[in-house]
Design a protein around this ligand. Sequence first.
Ligand SMILES: [Zn+2]
Length: 193
Amino acid sequence: MTMAAWKAIFALLLFDKNVGTVLVDGKNYSLKSVHWHSPSEHTIDGKRFPVELHMVHMSDNGKSAVVAILYQIGRHDPFVVQIERKLKELAKEACKGDKEAHIPVGVVHARSLKLHSSKYYRYFGSLTTPPCTENVIWSILARVRGMTKEQVAALQAPLSRENRNNSRPTQPLNYRAVQIYHESRRRHDEDSH
Ligand SMILES: [Zn+2]
C-alpha cells in the first residue's frame, strides 16, 4: 500500500490488493483507495462535520461506489492511528517540492474501519473531485464517528495551506432521492499488504 498527497488536495491511501468488498444492488465493489476531506462534504440535517472519509470502490466493469464516514472531534480513530507516523513523513516529503508526494505505508488493517454500521443514506451522484465522474453510488453511514484534533491536524499536514479546506461546496439535491438503508453486515475484514 502507498500513500500520496494527491495533487496536494488530500492525503490518499491506495490499496494494491483486494482489502475488502461491498455489495451494492447485488453487485460487488472492491475497495481501491481511501481519502479524507476537511470539513465534511455531506451534511446531516444541515450539520457539517470536521472530517469526512471516502472509501472509493470499483466494480469489475468500472462503476464506482463510495462509502462516506463523517467524524466529529472525539476519541482516537483507530484507522488514522495506524498511519499517523506516515502522515508526518508524507508531510515532510510534500514540503520538499511541489510535485505529488508518495510514500510506502506497509500494512494497514482496513478492518479497523469496521463497516458494521447498520444505517446509511444512499443516493446516486458524482465524484466530488475531478473528473467528477457521474453515476457514482454514494452510501453515507448514519453513525458519526470520533477523531482527535491531533488526528485531524495530521491528516491536513501533508497538504499545502491553501488546500487544507478541500471540500467541494454542498451540491443542491436536484430532486435526487436520498434513501435510508438498514443493513446487517458488510465485509471489509481482510488486511492490506
Ligand atoms: Zn472524496
